[in-house]
Design a protein around this ligand. Sequence first.
Ligand code: SIN
Length: 518
Amino acid sequence: MPAKIKVTYSTLASPDPLLDELFDEAVAKAKANMGQTFPMYIDGQERIATEQFEKVSPVDTDLVMGYFQKGAEQDAEDAIAAARAAFEGWRKTPWQERVAILRKAADLISDRLFDMAAIMSIEVGKNRLEALGDVEETADLIRYYCDQMEEHDGFSKILKAESPHHHNRSVLKPYGVWAVISPFNFPCALAGGPSGGAMVAGNTVVFKPATDTPYTGWLLTTCYRDAGVPDGVFNFVTGSGRTVGQTIIDSPEVDGITFTGSYDIGMHIIRTFAQSQLPRPVIAEMGGKNPTIISNKADLDKAALGVMRSAFGLQGQKCSACSRVYVHRDVKDEFQQKLLDLTKKINVGDPTQKENWMGPVINKSTFEDYQKFTAQLAESGNVLYGGKVLDLNGYFVQPTIVDDLPESHPLWKHEMFLPIVTIADFEDLDEAMAKANDVEYGLTAGFFSEDEDEIEWFLDNIEAGVLYVNRETGATTGAWPGYQAFGGWKGSGSTGKAGGSLYYVQQYMHEQSQTVVD
Ligand code: SIN
């Protein structure tokens, strides 16, 4: 990528024609090389399992992107054993050397930006800016955790001493074998961020990507391999059922885990870990039901653009997606009209093509969920726009806006993870806040108002980990490492510490207080 062009989730349009040229070339190259077989990577060796599974693109269900390994219990156990065997050497590797290797991995990710983003676009259905952003974010997350190690001098700090004979220190040390189970929606950033953080802190990693995104997982693995991460320090295992993931979750040899995905699975992991003989850390990021409140003092153009981008970007399949809007009664009609005008202009189609901002949803089961939920919404509410699937050879659906859904309807609280937004009006801001907070989740939230007191009120009262005020590039979406820490409260996150933040990498280490008296 030319040095001055940087794509983040806030980038509204391709910033340079060269970016489109390079992306188009990478897509052509990727499409010419489909259908290969990809291994797992355990203890520095490629491994083929007895069975494989096909990865089919959601953009075109006739396109088999590749054949991936259906790992067995033994493969997961071997990966964990390899990580255990490599731990001693890796933890004793000076942290400066670990930082150097991980910085090299981040640079390789940046060098391979277009090739990785092209595959991801076909694999997930992300548009080019979202896919480029995901790859860039991965490199930035890894660099950010390296920066944190450097800024804190490897997290070794001299403490106060009782006398000249006392030498007191606090040291953060790695736990051991760390599992990373990543989701399909940010298949690079939510795999590379946690694994990079875990490794720079001195842990060894067993990584299992989502079944829908093994290809991006493999590309990330090759960046670590080529950067010189030693054998056994990073292991990649794939599977198409529950076997590999469950073996990892059940293994007492795993010392900690980072999981990003649904509330149900996240809570299952937290409960499973809680039942083990010894306490073990779980970093779980478990989704959202993110509200945006729009005051009658809002700039409605900003609000409509911000909501449209957050509700429908990546087909509503971001944990941070805006799925609920509470708008002041006085401005509801005007806001709705603006949102409708913007939504009607969205092109849905092959996301590798520049003109399409929305691609398909991830798979058949999600496509079926969309049809089920939109039928329920049409029955109880007023579908202002969308609600239909498209007659294309992939899992394409319309962005959907729903009004007049009764307050008691369960879909006000259920995370649909689809491009569906429901809208309600309010008269009093406190009433809107009560509704906004009345869900189990607390990941992101947006507010639009030009009034400073109202802004303070919002920041004081909303129960969520990531807040945005008057953000037209994304009412509730688009955090970037070092700029916005990304993590949830309540049912959205287990540790209260966010990714890409000042407090993240420390979670991969436990503290040791050392007192030496001479
Ligand atoms: C996500 O992890 O779901 C999205 C990140 C963001 O939009 O801030």
